[in-house]
Design a protein around this ligand. Structure first.
Ligand code: FE2
Length: 177
């Protein structure tokens, strides 16, 4: 059994300057979606940044918004953290919002675009400056025959955010699973 407390400690340590109280729950119509496919395949896809340049390609896509060359995966016990620098200088977290190890020693102005935590085996915590998204993937329906899984995307958005309805693949929180 994964030690939840330790996992959450790692998550919190990565975002020392993010006030989670500043986010509010935002219900969305398709919060729970049933998808054909194997849930393990989706979990694998989440961990595979290779697809970003094809599935989330620009213009206006995630591939445009992040510097893919800086895409980093940290392995932790029972979890993994993925992050990348924003391509544009004004986007991403303010340096004091995230842990100092993300600081580029050669360019103090670089900002982390997002933090994508994967908690083994089926949960993701996605932190953006304008939103937080929790995704849980599971094979929940007993009557499903063959591959199929249910994904729950639960959104919180920044109370003052103007990007609440932001759409397009730049905002990974709106992606379909
Ligand atoms: Fe994706």
């Amino acid at each position: 059994m994964a030690p939840f407390k330790k996992i959450i400690e790692n998550v919190k340590e990565s975002i020392p300057g993010i006030d989670l109280e500043s986010f509010k729950y935002r219900p969305v119509a398709d919060e729970v979606r049933e998808v054909d496919g194997n849930w393990k395949q989706h979990a694998w896809n989440y961990m595979d940044n290779y697809h970003i340049r094809f599935v989330h390609k620009g213009p206006g896509g995630l591939a445009d918004a992040i510097d893919l060359e800086t895409y980093t995966t940290e392995l932790h016990q029972y979890s993994a953290l993925q992050w990348a620098y924003a391509r544009r200088p004004k986007e991403g977290f303010a340096p004091e919002q995230v842990v100092t190890r993300f600081k580029d020693p050669n360019d103090g102005d670089k900002r982390v675009f997002a933090l994508w935590w994967f908690i083994f085996p089926n949960t993701t915590l996605n932190f953006y400056p304008w939103a937080f998204l929790l995704t849980s993937i599971c094979r929940c329906r007993e009557d499903l025959i063959g591959p199929g899984f249910t994904g729950s995307n639960i959104h919180w958005t920044k109370r003052s955010s103007t990007k609440e309805t932001r759409s397009g693949s730049t905002n990974k929180s709106t992606l379909r699973i």
